[in-house]
Design a protein around this ligand. Structure first.
Ligand SMILES: [Zn+2]
Length: 456
């Protein structure tokens, strides 16, 4: 009380933050769009050039079996930022936006005294129009730099991916951190990179480092046509994977620059969470890209958490869902975890506890596509159109090629019932903050169509 009074009367005295706020760490949430876990060195990929992400994983906790809640950006990113499954928050179609009543991560942290900023390179989906800016002091949807830096010159300008490259995202984030007024309060920074999302057009030096020569037609407009083919030749798949890996390598460099710029490793008041909204298909089940299925290649994402006083070098191999990110950040920030969330905070696990086994869910609902999935231990049930079940044992069949329904009727029935109960609970919760209709203008509809989304 005395110190506060002294501050009021002494010219030039800066007011100290309350002790509770000083103890709160800065929090940085990094989402790398379309990054499947098994294309990182930290997850065992031999061809990876992801030294910075691998080093970060070694300094914190790596969740070996993290799954997104859906296989495309809108529902899965909304789950990360609300802590709720898509069946609950309801942002499952491009014509629906998050309700203002949703308590979003940035809102919760802003109310606790955090400065908040978000920088999104996913200009089609992670936008204020879809409800993602709730709670941010500043939320910028970034665009590709005018000088086309980082672009592959073989692309005609009207065909090139218009989205901001990772260097633009890192620059914007670091400029905000550097220019932030000194309030003694902590900050929450959310950065959403987009490079690994198709079109795969990495900077030329990165494409060449992965063996894709400059005249390769897949480094130009032919890429889109090849991706639409029913069956791709092995050399086409290999080239597309190489270009995807090159995009990841470039993003890795820029995440390294972000970590250096915020002082990660030098300062002890920063916690960083790095994940992705979904993976990517390369023909494993006859498809390319994402948004269509709930197989492991689109659900398994990296989840890395490190910084402050958290233990280093930890690996957690129990299945977890990204709905746990919200309560985890709440607890790390010293904020009361809101009630009614489906996921538990990972903080005890980060500090050494074994995670309690719990099923994780995923869902997909747009157009005529209605799919759900549940993973319980090594068993996974996929449910098509609400009633067609396919059971897999991931312990013996990681590629999900051999359905096991026949010998496992009781298990199939139990997992189907679990999905039914999960859906019921989600719909009940949805009533409190249902998604809101969103009118899309012609330009946005066209952009979404180009990205492979169905606007329904
Ligand atoms: Zn995405």
């Amino acid at each position: 009380m005395v110190a506060t009074f002294a501050c009021l009367v002494v010219v030039g005295c800066s007011r100290p933050a309350p002790p509770s706020m000083r103890a709160r760490p800065n929090v940085v949430l990094v989402v790398i769009d379309t990054l499947r876990a098994d294309h990182l060195g930290a997850y065992g990929y031999a061809r990876a050039r992801t030294a910075r992400l691998d080093a970060f994983a070694a300094r914190g906790t790596r969740f070996g079996l993290a799954r997104s809640t859906s296989s495309w950006t809108l529902p899965s990113t909304a789950s990360i930022l609300t802590g709720r499954y898509p069946v609950d928050h309801g942002a499952e179609r491009m014509t629906l936006k998050l309700n203002e009543k949703q308590l979003m991560l940035a809102e919760m942290l802003a109310a606790a005294g955090y400065d908040t900023a978000g920088f999104s390179a996913n200009a089609a989906v992670v936008t204020p129009e879809s409800g993602f800016a709730q709670g941010f002091d500043r939320f910028d949807v970034l665009a590709r730099r005018g000088d086309q830096s980082g672009a592959d010159p073989v692309w005609p300008s009207n065909e090139q991916k218009p989205d901001a490259t990772a260097d633009v995202v890192t620059d914007a984030a670091l400029e905000w951190v550097a220019s932030r007024p000194t309030t003694n309060g902590p900050y929450f920074l959310y950065v959403h990179y987009f490079d690994p999302h198709s079109t795969y057009s990495p900077p030329p030096a990165y494409a060449e480092a992965f063996g894709v020569r400059s005249g390769d037609p897949l480094r130009g407009p032919a890429q889109a046509l090849v991706m639409m083919k029913k069956a791709l030749a092995e050399h086409e798949l290999a080239t597309l994977r190489a270009l995807y890996d090159a995009e990841i390598a470039f993003t890795d460099r820029e995440i390294g620059r972000l970590l250096d710029g915020i002082g990660f490793g030098r300062r002890h008041d920063i916690i960083v969470v790095i994940t992705s909204d979904h993976g990517e298909e390369f023909g494993e089940h006859g498809r390319m890209q994402h948004t269509k299925t709930l197989y492991e290649e689109v659900l398994r994402v990296p989840l890395l958490v490190g910084g402050a006083d958290l233990p280093t070098g930890r690996v957690v191999e129990a299945p977890v869902s990204l709905v746990g990110v919200f309560p985890t950040i709440a607890e790390l920030a010293g904020v009361e975890v809101p009630s009614g969330l489906p996921g538990r905070s990972f903080v005890p696990v980060l500090r050494g506890a074994e995670p309690a086994p719990a099923p994780v869910f995923a869902e997909l609902s747009w157009g005529r596509v209605h799919r759900a999935a549940v993973v319980d231990g090594s068993w996974k049930l996929l449910l098509d159109q609400g009633f067609v079940p396919t059971l897999y044992d991931l312990a013996t069949d990681a590629g999900e090629t051999t359905p096991r329904n026949q010998n496992q009727a009781a298990r199939t029935g139990a997992l189907q019932k679990a999905i039914g109960e999960h859906n019921k609970a989600g719909f009940r919760a949805r009533a409190a903050a249902p998604p809101v209709a969103l009118a899309l203008d012609a330009e946005r509809r066209e952009r979404l169509r180009q990205l492979g989304y169905v606007v329904d």
